[in-house]
Design a protein around this ligand. Structure first.
Ligand code: SAH
Length: 194
C-alpha cells in the first residue's frame, strides 16, 4: 500500500460513513422525541469527535498540514488500516440497522421506544461506539502524521467517556430493571466472556 492509496481508503471510508448515516438522520428528524438528556457537554463532545474524525484529517489530506508531524508511512500498517476500516463500516451499518428508529445523534428517548437487546446488542451495549473506536484506529494506521492520525482517537475518547455514563443513566431511568438485567448480561464495547 502507498500513502496515497491509504488516503483514498480513509476518504472512501468517510464517504461510506455519510452514505450509511444520511437515511437514519432524515428518519430521526421525523420520529417524535418524548424525552431528551442532551446537554451542552454532549454537544461539545460531539463537536470534538467531528473535529478529530473529519475536520483535522480532511485538512491533512487536502493540504498536507501539519507537515511537521509527518512520519514514514508503513505499508503493512496501511493494509491493517484497510481491514479495520472495513470492520468499522460493517459494524456501523449493522448497528444502525439493528437500532433502527431508536437511534439519535444525541441522547433522546423516542415515542414507543423499545430496548433493543438482539443482534449486536445481545453482546455489547454500544456497538456503534465500538465502530467509532475502530474508525479512529483505522485513521491512525492510514494517515502517517502524528496529529492527523491520532486526532480521531482523541475525538472518540472525548465523546465516549463524556457520554456513556449519561446514556446508560437515561436508559436506566426509562427501562428500569430490564436495563439493569441487560447490563448484567452485556459488556459496554467488549462482550462479557460468560
Ligand atoms: N450507544 C448505542 C447507541 C448510540 S445512538 C451504540 O453505541 O450502539 C444513541 C441513542 O440510542 C440513545 O439516545 C438511546 O436512546 C438509544 N439507545 C442506546 N442503546 C439502546 C438500546 N439498547 N435499545 C434502544 N435504544 C438504545
Amino acid at each position: 500500500m502507498t500513502p496515497m492509496l491509504a488516503e483514498v481508503v480513509w476518504g472512501v471510508g468517510l464517504v461510506a460513513w455519510a452514505i450509511i448515516r444520511v437515511p437514519h438522520q432524515s428518519r430521526a428528524r421525523k420520529t417524535r422525541v418524548t424525552s431528551s438528556a442532551k446537554t451542552l457537554q454532549d454537544r461539545l463532545a460531539l463537536l470534538a469527535a467531528a473535529v478529530g474524525l473529519c475536520l483535522v484529517p480532511i485538512l491533512f489530506v487536502a493540504t498536507g498540514f501539519p507537515g511537521f508531524a509527518n512520519y514514514t508511512f508503513q505499508p503493512w500498517l496501511g493494509w491493517l488500516g484497510l481491514l479495520i476500516e472495513l470492520a468499522f463500516l460493517c459494524l456501523f451499518y449493522a448497528s444502525h440497522q439493528q437500532l433502527g428508529k431508536y437511534w439519535s445523534v444525541t441522547l433522546e428517548i423516542r415515542t414507543e421506544h423499545r430496548l433493543v437487546t438482539d443482534g449486536l446488542y445481545r453482546y455489547v451495549r454500544h456497538p456503534m461506539y465500538l465502530s467509532f473506536w475502530l474508525w479512529a484506529i483505522a485513521q491512525l494506521c492510514l494517515l502517517p502524521n502524528g496529529i492527523a492520525g491520532s486526532a480521531g482517537l482523541v475525538g472518540v475518547a472525548t465523546l465516549y467517556f463524556s457520554r456513556v455514563r449519561h446514556e446508560e443513566a437515561m436508559m436506566r431511568d426509562t427501562f428500569g430493571t430490564s436495563y439493569d438485567e441487560y447490563t448484567r448480561q452485556t459488556g459496554r464495547i467488549i462482550p462479557k466472556p460468560w
